[in-house]
Design a protein around this ligand. Sequence first.
Ligand SMILES: [Zn+2]
Length: 230
Amino acid sequence: MNKITDTEDLFCSQWFQMPGWTYPQDLNQRTLDIARRRLREIAYHEAGHIAARAFTGLDYSHILWVSVIPDEDEGCGWGVLSRGYNAEWDFADSTPLGLGYQVLLRLLAGSVAGIRGTVDPEYREELQDDWNYWEWESDEEDFPRAEEISHMLARRHHPAHHIIRQAKQWTEEMLDRPDVWQCVKTLAGMLLREGTLSAREIYPAMDRVVGIHGLKGVDRRKWLRRFAQK
Ligand SMILES: [Zn+2]
């Protein structure tokens, strides 16, 4: 068995105790390989959420911690937000479409970053199929939440499935950007090294992406227009 890092060790000891774990609980080359690809996917997934938050210009001053170490209550891959923060979750029929897209891009960026960060070709294909065919496991939250939001944002000439299709396309486009992807890579690398990151460690990487409102470059207007829709 090749050398195991502290984060991998901690990850395995927690993950093997979780209800979803169906393999033997002892650490051998096979279980380590399974754990490694999942750990890597989670690190990129969480980093994707964070980078998207920075890029779309959503507030991030309330993020306290982000971790890839499974937790009994939080599951695999989680973040801790300060209490009382719910602005993004109070969706109503009057919620502007643009804000809806900002939140949808943040939600969907996790999956796309997880796919792009995965190196195991078979596993990557599996994840890619879930994304393409919009399928999810029962314990997954991002897709069902996006689905829910798309229905709340739906307009007469802009049905929910159009909104999802658009949000998926823009999520891919956002992660194609070198600045956003650099942020994902940096944060994923930090998460793989440290396991858990505090706000103080996360903010500098996010600040470099600056958020849409400080974004320079040719397509700034395009993104601002997308996020300004009524
Ligand atoms: Zn997620």
